[in-house]
Design a protein around this ligand. Sequence first.
Ligand code: F6P
Length: 427
Amino acid sequence: MKIAILTSGGDSAGMNAVVRSVVKAAILKGCETWIVREGYEGLVRGNTEYYETISHSDSGIIPPDPKEIAPAHYKLSEDDPYLIQNLRFGDGSLLKDGIGDYAEGRTLKGRYIIRVGWDDVRGWFTEGGTLIGTARSAAFRTHEGRLQAAYNLLKEGIDALVVCGGDGSLTGADVFRAEWPTLVKELESQGRISSSGGSTHLRIVGLVGSIDNDMSMTDLTIGAPTALHRICEAIDNINSTAFSHSRAFVLEVMGRHCGWLALLAGVSGGADFIFIPESPPEGNPWEDAMCETIKRHRMIGKRTTIVIVAEGAHDVNLEPIRVEHVKSILTDRLGLDTRVTTLGHTQRGGRPCAFDRILPTLQGVEAVNALLESTPDTPSYMIGIQENKITRVPLMEAVAMTKAVSEAIAQKDFNKAMSLRDPEFIE
Ligand code: F6P
């Protein structure tokens, strides 16, 4: 079997460990392994055996079939989002064969789907981000784009795909799989592949790479433990300076619509007050309740105040909680010398913690097993972890449950949102 792997959506620590694990596990099981650079965009662009024309303005184009066009030369702009620099493959071959020749005004050879071996991914589990790149692909959202992507895979004889990303990226994989038989027929009728040249079953499996830990049916997503660790360290740092000046700090943390990072960071960093989307602040108005709590903490001798605001936090009427508003309340009502810190992408980047190396390693092996056992009748699987065991769950069930949380919040049914996030939640 030929297996390709891509990373998609926002990066997260541990994605390189996924690639390494899938490549090594697949080779051990006798498979051929390929990486797809730049997420779904790379799938659409594929390998063009001619000098391709890409520029900042027209990035997102679907490369035409090389057989159908004459070689074209082209000037590459420096800020091309699909440029790969510093890609460290053992023997440097990818850098040379790929898009390495990127200086302004030179031509380049477009290679996005590349065969890799054991040594190519050596040591990758210690690296942050994703070395094979990730990109948003407008082209893959179109039928034409997916047709081209199917062609690019079939050209290499690949019919198994591992996708590591968030719920949107994994849904894209499921759509691709469902459409695959139609795409194969279409390519056959266009004469682009020979009849019966393409497998009518695309094997796919998803691994969840996201710092937000917002996917249902898994206890943890890859990258969330590292991000939590970063926030916890940041709170420790802030706490020491807050203590010196007896100050208050309002920290905004990432997580999109999920409060996991904020909640767990608050518990591990000793926050006084935490705002998360799934459970808006109680009290009418909530500002009174927050001041009451913080005043009590100060009266029993605390010199520091830490308030954590998840970026998606809102009140019961779904009005966003703004860090600047929280700051002004603490300053004006409690007289606290208050500062705001937004941690931003420091939470997302950097080397993975130990667990974000172990989890992807175990899940990568399971992903390869799932591909090998996949039949047209088995659902697309997502590899998760539940109660410390690596699991295989139907991908679209997990996506539907994840969406249900957002719907419950939109309907202001916060207890439902909490119990969907945590089945053992008690009102
Ligand atoms: O989903 C991961 C995440 O880091 C969120 O926590 C955050 O809202 C978003 O991505 C930031 O996206 P970008 O890097 O595109 O600004």
